[in-house]
Design a protein around this ligand. Structure first.
Ligand SMILES: NC(=O)C1=CN([C@@H]2O[C@H](COP(=O)(O)OP(=O)(O)OC[C@H]3O[C@@H](n4cnc5c(N)ncnc54)[C@H](O)[C@@H]3O)[C@@H](O)[C@H]2O)C=CC1
Ligand SMILES: Nc1nc(O)c(N)c(N[C@@H]2O[C@H](COP(=O)(O)O)[C@@H](O)[C@H]2O)n1
Length: 270
């Protein structure tokens, strides 16, 4: 049952999303990369939140239910460490039973994956994804980093069955990151066939940049009828130096109205 205040995402609406969702077939199983869905909620001025570190509700109840449906249709869900620190998110599918739509137990839950190249995230007893894993309401998280984790963090993560995945860093302009290809190939090798990437701003802008955009299969964006104003975390990927061309353009687009919001779906990778 949906809990009070939460609306279901009706069967009839779900059909609309189907062309943009991962399929489980032998061809995709053989690919070296998972199916990647980039999905987030934005304002009319392309903002994800009012300011860095400020969690901002943009989705209405219907589009929120759609996002939870998406969560149960992917093997994993990813956010950057900025989002993990700002939001202390749950990253599970909470609508209509613990297992999400139509299934009970952990089978319908996505694996939370947090990308934290510099090891900024301090885990505590308040960290929601750890507590949900402990309670059997979400899968244990993986943290992708290029730093050796602290003993305290490693202990807290391992206690709930989670793990650190340590990958080689790439340093450019004094910033430490990890190559997206490396991250995606590594999680695929660990059995993740599909992943939805929710944000935040740094992660989305990095993935939509010319060098990474072809790693994305589908984009599903909730657009809320609101302007957040200047100073927000904005989706606006960098253009290649000297280029006067758009960075990326969605193909095979479809729009769906959900409550006051509109959901835009499109594809990027052929
Ligand atoms: N409206 C929505 O759907 C969503 C909103 N948000 C909001 O976004 C804000 C957080 O966004 P940001 O501050 O931009 O943080 P973020 O979540 O994008 O994390 C950024 C950090 O991730 C790390 N990182 C991981 N992989 C990287 C890579 N390949 N290259 C560079 N850095 C990499 C870096 O340490 C970087 O500082 C919060 O206010 C949150 O509430 C977050 C997700 C969805
Ligand atoms: N779909 C969507 N709509 C919004 O208005 C949002 N602010 C977000 N944020 C994302 O959802 C995460 C929170 O998830 P939980 O409810 O804690 O499971 C947050 O961290 C963002 O990734 N998404």
């Amino acid at each position: 049952m949906a809990s009070r205040g939460e609306l279901l995402y009706p069967e009839v609406d779900r059909v609309f999303l189907e062309p943009y969702l991962p399929v489980n077939d032998s061809q995709s199983a053989k690919s070296g990369l998972p199916f990647v869905t980039l999905t987030f909620a934005t304002s009319l001025d392309s903002a994800l939140s009012l300011a860095p570190g400020v969690q901002t509700a943009l989705s209405g109840p219907q589009s929120k239910a759609m996002t939870h449906y998406l969560r149960c249709r992917h093997d994993a869900i990813m956010v950057g460490v900025g989002t993990a620190i700002a939001d202390n998110p749950s990253l599970n599918c909470r609508i209509q039973g613990i297992g999400g739509y139509g299934s009970e137990g952990l089978d319908g839950q996505p694996r939370p994956v947090v990308v934290d190249p510099q090891g900024r995230w301090q885990l505590t007893s308040e960290t929601k994804i750890l507590n949900l894993a402990r309670q059997g309401r979400g899968k244990a998280p993986w943290i992708v980093t290029s730093k050796t984790p602290s003993a305290d963090n490693a202990k807290l993560l391992e206690e709930v069955g989670g793990c650190y995945i340590v990958l080689e860093p790439q340093v450019s302009k004094n910033k430490t990151s990890i190559a997206w290809l490396d991250i995606l190939e590594t999680i695929k090798a660990r059995g993740i066939q599909s992943i939805m990437i929710e944000g935040g701003g740094v992660i989305i802008n990095s993935l939509l940049s010319t060098e990474n955009a072809d790693l994305i299969n589908s984009v599903i964006v909730t657009i809320a009828p609101t302007w957040l104003g200047q100073g927000g975390v904005v989706v606006s990927p960098p253009r290649s130096e000297g280029s006067t061309l758009p960075v990326a353009r969605l193909q095979q687009t479809k729009w769906q109205q959900l409550g006051d919001d509109v959901v835009l779906c499109g594809t990027l990778r052929a």
